[in-house]
Design a protein around this ligand. Structure first.
Ligand code: C5P
Length: 218
């Protein structure tokens, strides 16, 4: 188990984060939330008044922020230039700006390098949109998690402390559309991935399924 890489991709609100953290904890693996890295990059752009819809301006700044991700599944941390941004990156400002920033090839190239450095020797669960397709296609186990849009929105609204479900669903679908249609590393079902629709299952059931697959993958 110690060198296994588990790649967990899927759209927003499919249960990736809770599943990844649960699986990493169960198997004693590290955990990397690549979405948090794109959010941290976006936070930096907003902080420095970079127009997130100006792809050239975003590209020119992509190498400037120093982003450091912790890999403990029980206490994920992320800093930008030494500032703890774990909470700030979950706000609506960052959420509304992250997809255009993530579509910029220079942003992806920069974070790809950081992500591969963290994965290193393995022993990690990595969640994102392009892990099994681009970041680590050689992962021992690849999963693609989905859920009905209504179920995803209900979960995300609950996480956000009771946001409006219809508005949350609209925001999720808008991000999915940009993430799936971008030219560089779009959200896609990676070759060889197990496709798991989590709609009918509880979180614990999904974690059990992934743990069983990981044990079989060794
Ligand atoms: O997973 P999360 O919702 O935090 O991801 C935020 C955004 O980061 C996604 O909507 C997507 O635009 C981007 N992302 C990405 N590639 C990844 C992970 C996240 O483009 N591997």
């Amino acid at each position: 188990t110690q060198s296994i890489v588990i790649a967990l991709d899927g759209p927003s609100g499919s249960g990736k984060s809770s599943t990844s953290r649960g699986v990493a904890t169960r198997l004693g693996l590290r955990y990397l939330d690549t979405g948090a890295m794109f959010r941290a990059m976006t936070w930096w752009m907003l902080e420095h008044d970079v127009d997130v819809h100006d792809a050239e301006a975003v590209a020119a700044a992509a190498n400037r922020p120093q982003i450091v991700s912790g890999t403990d599944p029980s206490a994920p941390t992320i800093t930008v230039d030494g500032t703890d941004v774990a909470e700030a990156i979950r706000g609506t400002e960052v959420t509304g700006a992250v997809s255009p920033v993530s579509a910029v090839p220079e942003v992806r190239a920069r974070l790809l390098e950081l992500q591969r450095a963290v994965i290193g020797e393995g022993g990690i669960v990595v969640e994102g949109r392009d892990i099994g397709s681009v970041v680590w296609p050689q992962a021992e186990l690849k999963l693609y998690l989905t859920a009905d849009a209504g179920a995803r929105a209900a979960r995300r609204a609950l996480e956000e402390g009771g946001s409006d479900v219809a508005a949350t669903e609209a925001s999720l679908l808008a991000r999915d559309k940009i993430d799936s249609s971008r030219t560089t590393a779009p959200l896609t079902v990676p070759e060889g991935a197990v496709h798991l629709d989590t709609t009918p299952f509880t979180l614990d059931e999904v974690i059990e399924k992934v743990v069983a697959l990981a044990e079989a993958a060794e």
